[in-house]
Design a protein around this ligand. Sequence first.
Ligand SMILES: Cc1ncc(COP(=O)(O)O)c(C=O)c1O
Length: 420
Amino acid sequence: MKKHESQPPVAVYGANGPWILCEDGHKVLDGVSSWWVNLFGHSHPYIKEALTDQLERLDHIMLAGFTHEPVVELSERLSKLSRLGHAFYASDGASATEIALKMSAHYWRNVGRLCKYRFVGLAGGYHGETVGALAVTDIALFRQAYAPLVQLGAVVPSPDARQAGPGENAEAVARRAATSLESFLEKNHADTAALILEPLVQCASGMAMYHPLYLQLARELCDRYEVHLVMDEIAVGFGRTGTFFAHEQAGIRPDFLCLSKGITGGMLPLSVVLTTDAVYEAFYDDATARGFLHSHSYTGNPLACRAALATLDLFERLNVLETNKTLAQSIGRALEPLAQHSRVRNHRQLGMIWACDVESEMTGFSDRYHREAMKRGLLLRPIGNTIYVMPPYLLEKADVEHIGHAAYDALSATLKGENE
Ligand SMILES: Cc1ncc(COP(=O)(O)O)c(C=O)c1O
C-alpha cells in the first residue's frame, strides 16, 4: 500500500484481445495474460456469447443434490482429455491444491493407512497461499510470516535444468533430482500421502524449466512407494507448454490433476481436481464421514463451467495446439535480441512460455523493468531478475514484434538506471 503512494495502481477502462486499455488512454499489451489466465486475450466474443446464453438459462444452482448440463459436459470433456474420470470443483487454484491434498490424505485414511498424511514437494514449488497450500509452497517470502500456522511439507531438490554442472544436461539434472526423491521416499514413504509438483515449469519461482524424464521417474517412484502423484497444472495446463497438459510430454498419468487459471479463458474463477477410479472408490460408502468433505458454495458454478466449455471449444475450432507451434517460434524469434543481450543468461522457452535471467545487482530490478515496459506499452512483471513472457494465444504479427522490441528496450532503459 505504501508503494502505491508513489506508484498508483493503473486504472483500467477495458480490455480487448491482448490489449489493455487504461483510463488515461494508454494501451498496453498483456504479456503475462493477466497472471496467466487470459488464454485467448480479453473479452473473446465466443466465450462472451456462451456466457450470455447461459445467463438467460441458469446463473447458479448449488451442486448438493442438484446437477446441470454445463457441469456434466465439462466433467465428461475434461475426463476424456485427462483420462481421469472424476471431478471436484472449486473456484481458485489454492483451493484445488487444498482439495487434492485433503483427498489424498483422506484416501489413505479410508483404506486403513492412517499414518500417511504428510506431503512432499519440490524446492521452489508454488501451489497457492491458503494455509494448507502454503505447506507445499516453497517460497520463503510467502510463508515466513505464516510458518507457525502451517504444517510444513517436506522439500526435495528441484530438477531445474539451470543447475546443470559442467558436462551435464537437463536429463542428467532430472536423474540427479530423482535420486534425491528416491532417498526421501525410501525413508519416509510410510507417512507420505503424496508428492505434489508443477510439471515441466515451476512458474512462480521464476519459470524454472526441467526435463520430462523427471516426471517419468517420479511416477515410477510414487508407484513403487505407494505415494500419490499430484500434478499442479494450474499454470501450465491448457496448452501453455505446447501439449494440452504438460504431463503428456512424459507419457504418464497423475493420480490427481489440479486445473484453474486458463480453464475459463480468464473470464470467471473456476478450478477443478480430477482423479482416478481407485481414489473415487475409496470414498464410495454409506457413511458420510468416509465421503470427501469439502463444502463450497459455488462448486460447479454453471456460468464458470459454461465459460470453460467455450474455452475447450476454442481449442478445437482454432486448432490452438497446432497454431501455437508457429506462434511460439515467432515469439522466440522476436525475443532473440533480448536473449542475446550481454547481461542476459539462461534464455529458455517451452511452448508459450519464454524466460531469461538478467545479471544485475540492482535493487528493485523487477519493479523498474515493469515500469519501463509499461511506458513502452507492454505488461511484463519479472520474478526477481527473471524476465518472462506468457502471452495470450491470439496475437497478430505486429503484436509479436511489439513484444520483442518493448521487452528489449525496457531492459536497456532499466540497466541505464543501474547506478542511480
Ligand atoms: C502452479 C500454481 N498453483 C497454484 C496457484 C494458485 O492459484 P490461485 O492464485 O488461483 O489461488 C498458482 C497461482 O499462480 C500456480 O501458479
